[in-house]
Design a protein around this ligand. Structure first.
Ligand SMILES: CC(C)(COP(=O)(O)OP(=O)(O)OC[C@H]1O[C@@H](n2cnc3c(N)ncnc32)[C@H](O)[C@@H]1OP(=O)(O)O)[C@@H](O)C(=O)NCCC(=O)NCCS
Length: 158
């Protein structure tokens, strides 16, 4: 199976947040943003693997800033690590106030682990990553550490 670069499957989804996605004070619900993040991670995993995808895990989900109705939310996602059938995707959410010229701010970040499934719904192998930069290599090694740690923890639970 050919290797694919991280650049190849990078994805971005933008959306202006609406009142039906927020509470009475105008704060957008965390779950609305998480759905957008999951969708963006799905696009990345689907592009890389060309298979059906499910989300297996979300790590280090952090809400750094509130998001309000009317603001532009942009989810940016890229692959960090690839196992045999699993893909770890880093999702960064930027929020931009469209009433002024202020720069976008990072509002949320998380790592999504996505699993490729075959036509029978079983985990299926995905292409390996072609690492191109030192930063990608550093991130890959950290992703590998998380992957191995989660695997050990799951084995301990059995
Ligand atoms: C994710 C799922 C397919 C894994 O099935 P499984 O029988 O445990 O499969 P395996 O043990 O062969 O693991 C397959 C891969 O998933 C990874 N994986 C399984 N559970 C995981 C977890 N909790 N966290 C991170 N990775 C996980 C394994 O490490 C393995 O990766 P690798 O092939 O790169 O080594 C299964 O647990 C599932 O269907 N979960 C529900 C997913 C879903 O419906 N998501 C949407 C929720 S609404």
């Amino acid at each position: 199976m050919d290797r694919k670069t991280i650049e190849y499957s990078k994805a971005q989804i933008s959306q202006v947040m609406m009142p039906n996605e927020a509470n009475a004070a105008g704060n957008v619900h965390g779950g609305e943003i998480m759905k957008l993040m999951d969708n963006t991670a799905y696009v990345v995993a689907r592009k890389h693997s060309r298979c059906n995808i499910v989300t297996a895990r979300v790590d280090e989900l952090e809400f750094h800033h509130p998001i309000y109705v009317g603001e532009l939310v942009t989810c940016k996602a890229h692959l960090v690590f690839v196992g045999r059938t699993s893909m770890e995707v880093h999702v960064i959410v930027e929020v931009e106030d469209l009433t002024c010229d202020a720069s976008p701010r990072v509002a949320l970040t998380a790592y999504f682990t996505m699993i490729a499934l075959d036509h029978d719904g079983r985990p299926t192998p995905v292409p390996k990553l072609a690492i191109e930069t030192e930063k990608e290599q550093e991130d890959y090694l950290r992703g590998k550490e998380r992957y191995e740690l989660h695997k050990l923890r799951r084995q301990d639970k059995k």
